[in-house]
Write a new protein. Sequence first.
Length: 292
Amino acid sequence: MRLGALEAGGTKMVLAVGDEKGNIFEETQFPTKTPEETMPLMIEWFKERNIEALGIGCFGPVDVNEGSPTYGYILDTPKLPWVRYNIVGAFKEALNVPIKIDTDVNGSCLGEMHFGAAKGIDSVLYITIGTGVGAGISIDGKMVHGMLHPEAGHMLIARHPKDKGECVCPYHDSCFEGLAAGPSIEKRWGAKAKDLTDNDEVWELESYYIAAGLVNLCLSVSPKKIILGGGVMHQEKLFPLIRKKFTELMGGYIRTPELSDMDSYIVPNSLNDEQGILGAIYLADEALKSNN
């Protein structure tokens, strides 16, 4: 089986061919420019590889409702050249194969559930913390979509009393993304996260905001495992700080076997940053099965 996979990101498009077992045969990437510049390159690459189906994990917001007339359209994204672009339609017309699309962070969640740290677990929360904050949520083995898809990065959370920095979100004064994403760290401290590794004050505050967001999500959707990915989470010192603050903020209210072992409850991604592309391979497999 030859399954095409696309992890469509704001700065780069990662393309791969693999199989239903998660084996990746070939992988490449192109910079994300305009659709007119980037789409022909991707279409040609997939055409030359004779794929049987295509799975797409895409930056959003994106219409993932298969019954919608705009299914597969990128919606009102900040990446202006892609606003209202029918990415599924363009690939379907060019490749004539079954296609399934979901958000990029849902793709990462699917990758971890079927090939990684959450394999065999049906209720999972995947959070990416990088340029933005996004959430992929699975309940009873199904990805949560609802009227669109979760935008948990924009949940409102209380500011830490010692935080004098700005919320960088243009929509909200105090949201998860605006207080904890990479641009917020840079704005608050005057340097990128990767250059602040030795500043403990940075990570004490960052871990507080991440823990607060995770407590809200844990109480809302009751995941059996929480997986954290994205560029900010490359700071490994964050994990023990987040686990400690999560426990403190939860205040003993929830007592389950999962929460008795925080080291295995809140964990880093396990697929060497390939969880998104592996999730797209899973989506391609689902598209092929549905078509058959």
